[in-house]
Structures are given as structure tokens and as C-alpha cells.
Design a protein around this ligand. Sequence first.
Ligand SMILES: NC(=O)c1ccc[n+]([C@@H]2O[C@H](COP(=O)([O-])OP(=O)(O)OC[C@H]3O[C@@H](n4cnc5c(N)ncnc54)[C@H](OP(=O)(O)O)[C@@H]3O)[C@@H](O)[C@H]2O)c1
Length: 303
Amino acid sequence: MNQDDAVLTLGATSLIGGALTALPERPALICLSRAPPASAPPNTHWVRADLTDREWPANLADLKAARALALAPIWTVAPVIDQLADLGVQRLVAFSSTSRFTKAASPDPAEREVAERLSRSEARLIEGCERRGVGWTILRPTLIYLEGRDQNVTRLARLIQRFGALPLAGDGSGLRQPVHAQDLAAAALTALETPSSAGRAYDLPGGETLTYRAMVERIFEGLGRRPRILALPPQVWRLGFALARPFLPGASAQMGARMEADLIFDSAPAKADLKWRARPFRPHFPAEAASQDPPRKSQPPSR
Ligand SMILES: NC(=O)c1ccc[n+]([C@@H]2O[C@H](COP(=O)([O-])OP(=O)(O)OC[C@H]3O[C@@H](n4cnc5c(N)ncnc54)[C@H](OP(=O)(O)O)[C@@H]3O)[C@@H](O)[C@H]2O)c1
């Protein structure tokens, strides 16, 4: 690995990290994980580290990096800005989430807490970077998917494969902008190399705005199936969800309530500054991609 220009990558085993390490053209990566993979992708060097452990920088020994990508939850990154600066980091691109806005007024206190935590962590990260002279950019994706790995779109694909049909709460008229992890990985590298994006936060919605129902239809198509969607009255959906709840870890009844709400964001600033060109929503599931269990996740499904 050419270490001179290597990018320190926090959360390298995330969905975005998986897409990033697979990019054919990218810089060398120094990847942090609490559980590094058994076989490392080319041009990566893995370091075992837990960001909540105060001593984690010692695990890097004499490795240095001037640039860092933070793909781990922003609340694990915001408290370690001083340590990053001490390691020589001068430029940081960190991921937050549009849930900061979409969950802020949720009737579910746990979801409101997620929104507040994102908001507090963004502010803390900005304060730390500005105090230490680290150039920061915050990227806020909408619903992320990576076929076979995510807990949003792939979870729906697995339910479709299992039951052959999918129930919606109401007519599923709420608008969505699912975004592919590969597009986010490319945008993170672009931001890292775009000095004018320092000191700014960008929403990164997917390349197509479609209703929740149309999103589900595309998942059926991606599985090579004809859509079979049951539009249930919301109270019937809630009852069914309550019964299925033990089999849907991390799922929340608010997901049903949101199926008729628009969760959409403006891509114009990212298009102008980061040449953001996200793909339309056409997921494709090879036979094994939707059937295997996704890897463990550090946070619940977001939509
Ligand atoms: N999934 C979505 O739909 C969605 C939507 C909007 C925004 N986001 C944000 O986008 C980013 C990437 O999301 P994702 O879904 O791809 O992530 P993810 O699959 O949940 O992965 C989280 C990553 O954070 C790392 N991590 C967590 N706690 C850590 C700790 N204490 N020390 C070191 N590493 C730690 C994990 O590393 P190890 O387990 O290997 O240690 C893992 O690589 C996150 O900031 C997320 O909040 C996600």
C-alpha cells in the first residue's frame, strides 16, 4: 500500500465503506474497524480500533493521514476530533443523515432522540474541527441501499421473497429518494478533493424521487417478480405489524405512518459543488443477494 496519500477511513465495514473499498480507482485506505475482515481488499491496511476506547489512536502506531473519511455514526466520530487532529488529519468528510430532519417531529421519542443526537453531533464535530483547524464537510444521505447488504431495501426484498407479497399502510404515496452506497462512496472522495466544499453540509438524495409504492414495485422488478402489493388501511397495517414485530428486529411502527409522508431533499447544492449525479432507483438482486442475511448493523433501519 502506498501510505503517503492514504485516507484514514472510520467505519470502513459500513455499507458505504464496502462500496468504497470496491471502487476500482481510489486512494489507499487505512481502515479502522472493531472487527477487521479476514481478507483485506487490495490497497487497504486494517487497524482494529473502537472509537469509544480513549486509547484507540495507539493502535495506529506510527501511521499518519492528512485526510479522513468518517463513515461510522457521527456520534462516534464527533467526540474524537482532537485525536484525529493529533494524528495529523487536516481534512475530514463525515456522514450524518437526513433523519436529522425527518425524525425531528416523530411521535416516537426514540426517533426524536436519533434526530437530536445527529443534530448535536454535527454541531460538536463542526466545533471541534474549527477549533483544531480541520477542514470539515458533512454529507447527509437519505435512505441508503446496497443490494444484499442494507437493512432498508434489501430487508423489503427478503420479505417479498419470503411471502411473495408486501403490505403497505395506506396507498404508499409518500415520496422517497433511495440512494446507492456506491454513489455515496464516490461523492465522499469528490468532497475530499474539493476544497470549496470545506465548511459546508450537503443533503445527498438519490437520483430519482418516487412514491413508496413505486419504490416497492421496483424492488419486485429487481427480484424478477411481478409486483404484488396489498394496500391496507393504516390501522389494519398497524395491527399486522404489532403481530409481526418480534420477527422484524429494529423495525418501528413509525415506518408505516411515514409511508404516506414525503421525505425528500434538494440535491442542487451537491450537484453544483460535488458534481453529484446519483443513479435512478433500479435495484437488482441476483438470486443470492436478497436471500442471505445482511451483516450485523450498528444502527436500526432508518426509514
Ligand atoms: N443506512 C442508512 O440508510 C443511512 C441513512 C442515512 C445516513 N446514514 C449514515 O451513513 C453512514 C454509513 O451508514 P451505513 O448504514 O453504511 O453504516 P453501518 O453499515 O451501520 O456501519 C457503521 C460503521 O460504523 C462503525 N462503527 C460503529 N461504532 C464504532 C465504534 N465504536 N468504533 C469504530 N467503528 C464503529 C462500524 O464498524 P465496525 O462494526 O467494523 O467496528 C461500521 O463500519 C453512517 O454515518 C450512518 O449514520 C445511514
